[in-house]
Design a protein around this ligand. Structure first.
Ligand SMILES: [Zn+2]
Length: 334
């Protein structure tokens, strides 16, 4: 009798929940409209080494936009069960969420990620992953979201080539809704990410149906365009001029990418959430949240080997608090 009652309660709860949150478990039809990215410049000679790539840097302008902070802990940021995880990192903390504005001398502007959404009246940008459940705390200030910062810089959507999404978790595409309000905009991402995020029950890999339902155009990077380079393995020369490199960084999500900018001020590697924290990168500890821990470790170890081989390389981690002050905009070109 007791079990019978439990079952009734369970189904009653489940039915009420589904009626509140009918779409939470459905896939967002990302892949259906996805067009493949095509580059307009292909050089005659493909470089074979990173030394060769770094000998011909491009004058990129790179600005970090600090969009807000997210409250999270080792379940996401760093694997607390790993013996190499420092004790002081096993805690809940407010971590920064960023978007990066890049200006290429010939192609103009693009964004790397779009940060967290704009705020409500109490300076909150909280986000619920599954309807009324799994509320993620987020805080920011007026004017901090990517759209507001671009307004301030007088950069309309028509001047933005695309938003390159490291992956489709809401704290990386949360700024898309406000960006879309300024006009059409497209998101560029890996094929694997588009596929996995568009599946039914994708929420169990951390994708929010709501965040994916914003009306943006999607282009995917063709897998056939990736080449094998020393240490980093599969990479994609985005413009075909050696300035912007997409690095396969799968593990945290199915299609996570990292980005290497070959800038005159020195190369910069953006790990995004393949390493949320500096402590994870330095100690070789993967994030707490991975869809494939083995792949995540492989990604981490190739990026660490790359950083060791090229000490000039600057590494920007996904959400490392010590890399940022409260400043809304930071010029990364030094
Ligand atoms: Zn993140």
């Amino acid at each position: 009798m007791h079990k019978h009652r439990q079952r009734i309660f369970f189904w009653a709860f489940f039915t009420i929940y589904l009626s509140i949150c009918a779409n939470c478990f459905l896939g967002a039809p990302l892949k259906k409209d996805a067009k493949s990215w095509s580059k307009d410049a292909t050089r005659d000679h493909t470089p074979k080494t990173w030394e060769e790539v770094f000998s011909k840097p491009t004058r990129l302008e790179i600005t970090a936009l600090l969009t807000g902070y997210v409250l999270t802990g080792p379940a996401i940021l760093i694997d607390a069960k790993d013996p190499k995880t420092p004790e002081d990192q096993k805690k809940e903390q407010w971590v920064p969420s960023l978007s990066y504005l890049v200006k290429h001398p010939r192609r103009g502007y693009f964004l790397l990620d779009s940060g967290v959404p704009s705020i409500d009246t109490e300076n909150r940008c909280d986000f619920s992953l599954i309807g009324p459940l799994f509320n993620i705390q987020c805080k920011s200030e007026k004017g901090r979201d990517t759209a507001s910062q671009l307004d301030e810089l007088n950069i309309p959507n028509t001047d933005l080539d695309f938003v390159l999404a490291s992956h489709l978790h809401w704290d990386h595409i949360g700024g898309m809704e406000a960006l879309r309000k300024r006009g059409p905009i497209r998101v560029l991402l890996s094929e694997e990410e588009a596929r996995d995020a568009g599946r039914n029950f994708a929420v169990f890999h951390g994708y929010s149906h709501k965040a994916l339902s914003f009306d943006f155009e999607v282009s995917t990077l063709p897998k056939s365009g990736f080449i094998d380079m020393p240490i980093l393995g599969q990479v994609y020369d985005l413009y075909g001029d050696g300035s912007v490199w997409i690095v396969s960084a799968h593990g945290h999500t199915e299609g996570e990418i990292a980005v290497l900018l070959n800038s005159v001020g020195g190369p910069i590697l953006f790990t995004f959430d393949s390493s949320h924290l500096k402590a994870g990168f330095q100690n070789g500890v993967p994030p707490g949240a991975t869809v494939d821990r083995k792949k995540s470790l492989e990604t981490l170890s190739k990026m660490r080997a790359f950083a060791q081989k090229f000490p000039r390389l600057r590494v920007i981690y996904g959400h490392e608090p010590s890399q940022w002050t409260d400043k809304a905009r930071v010029n990364l070109e030094k």
